[in-house]
Design a protein around this ligand. Structure first.
Ligand SMILES: [Zn+2]
Length: 412
């Protein structure tokens, strides 16, 4: 229904605009260059015939496709982000188009000997015969999440050109700065005006997600006492040893490298220390709210125990919640997941439903009053030089968006 050439052309026109976000910036968008693509998207939304196209002072884009039926239909939304990850450069992206992929190694960059191989990236094997878009080995691709934007705009364009497909009101939202965790921060849920939405920001074809981690960050400050080592007996307290005690008192197997599925963890991701002070930085993750609270409690208890043992406040632990599992907000409205699942099945896609071991903008939006499961956008190996996306997956995602609109108008 949607031509490959059309999708490729649109996608390439987005990924060749550098939109890398910057966690060290306090502005929104975090980088000026994100405006380049944002302004282009606004023009494009107007050109395809979307209504009420707006961009605010923080570069949040919204647009409406009005209902084409007489009866009342809930307003649904589709959301994606136009920034790319600061983990890897997004400047001068030079996409390579691999027609009818033969299942063998793909040489991304001959001079630098950079190879995308199905021996290592086994997912490639499911795309034999399809058209892949890869990098030239020197940048990321930006399918995360420009594939999502490409799919949403292409779906809106298709619905506008095919008024025989009946749908209710549809809202489109594009955000900056998702990759630095701020995509939802300045999203005006009330202005958006949807009853629910979907982020098009998942990976492989079929992914449908409505559970994610509960997340907190902990900073553990261990305070020692410094004395000349020659005269230190009974006086010196080495903060690094106490920090080690703290680290070793947490369950060693409950770490990212030993867990999967619904298993939570403590993750020590930074240590800085000398005799006088050692600072440990942790993240705490668990899908289960009760287990999540218990994990935070474990850290607080351990802190208190060590303080009692040393007889002074040797450790100060500060724990801050970061985001929560959207499941709590999706469960009361499970029909929105059912609709997405049904849309995939009708499009010939096998839904892959799994809990995200991370967070999404949709999770934050769900807690801001906009229930928002996540749907595949089609790409693989995000945030690096091996990122690629099959064009067929992008076309399927576009079809899923149209189908969700259609089913919502009939069922909801
Ligand atoms: Zn993304």
């Amino acid at each position: 229904m949607i031509s490959k050439e059309h999708i490729i052309k649109r996608f390439v026109s987005y990924v060749t605009v550098d939109t890398e976000s910057d966690p060290n910036s306090n502005t929104t968008p975090s980088t000026e260059k994100q405006w380049d693509l944002a302004n282009k998207l606004v023009d494009e939304l107007r050109a395809i015939g979307m209504q009420d196209v707006s961009i605010d002072k923080h570069a949040y884009i919204m647009a409406t496709l009005p209902s084409n039926v007489d009866h009342d239909v809930p307003t649904i939304g589709f959301i994606s982000h136009f920034d790319t990850s600061p983990d890897f450069t997004g400047a001068h992206v030079n996409p390579q188009i691999i027609e009818s992929y033969d299942g063998k190694d793909i040489v991304l960059n001959e001079a630098k000997n950079i190879i995308l191989s199905p021996d290592y990236f086994e997912d490639l094997k499911q795309y034999v015969g399809q058209t892949l878009i890869t990098t030239d080995g020197t940048t990321l691709l930006g399918a995360d999440d420009k594939a999502g934007i490409c799919e949403i705009i292409s779906a809106m364009e298709y619905l506008i050109k095919h008024p025989e497909i009946k749908h209710g009101p549809i809202k489109v939202g594009f955000t900056p700065d998702e990759e630095i965790g701020r995509g939802a921060h300045k999203f005006d849920v009330e202005k958006f005006g949807a009853d629910w939405a979907y982020t098009m920001d998942g990976s492989q074809i079929g992914e449908l997600e409505y559970e994610n981690f509960n997340a907190a960050g902990a900073v553990v400050k261990v305070k020692g006492k410094i004395v000349h080592p020659g005269y230190a007996k009974g006086k010196l307290i080495n903060s690094m040893y106490i920090a080690t005690e703290f680290i070793n008192s947490l369950p060693r197997m409950e770490t990212p490298e030993h867990t999967e599925g619904y298993q939570g963890f403590f993750h020590l991701h930074n240590i800085k220390g000398d005799v006088e002070e050692t600072v440990l930085e942790y993240i705490i993750r668990d899908h289960d709210k009760g287990h999540f609270e218990a994990r935070k409690e474990v850290m607080t208890k351990l802190t208190n125990e060590l303080n009692d043992q040393y007889g002074y406040e040797v450790i100060v632990t500060e724990i801050k919640d970061q985001y929560f599992n959207m499941l709590e907000k999706i469960e009361p409205v499970m029909h929105i997941v059912d609709i997405a699942e049904e849309a995939m099945k009708q499009t010939g896609i096998k839904p892959i439903i799994k809990a995200i071991r991370g967070g999404t903008d949709g999770a934050q939006l769900s807690y801001m009053g906009l229930p928002c499961p996540n749907i595949f956008a089609g790409g693989h190996n995000f945030h690096g030089r091996f990122e690629y996306v099959p064009v067929e997956s992008m076309i399927k995602a576009t079809e899923v968006i149209c189908k969700i609109a259609e089913i919502t108008a009939i069922k909801a």
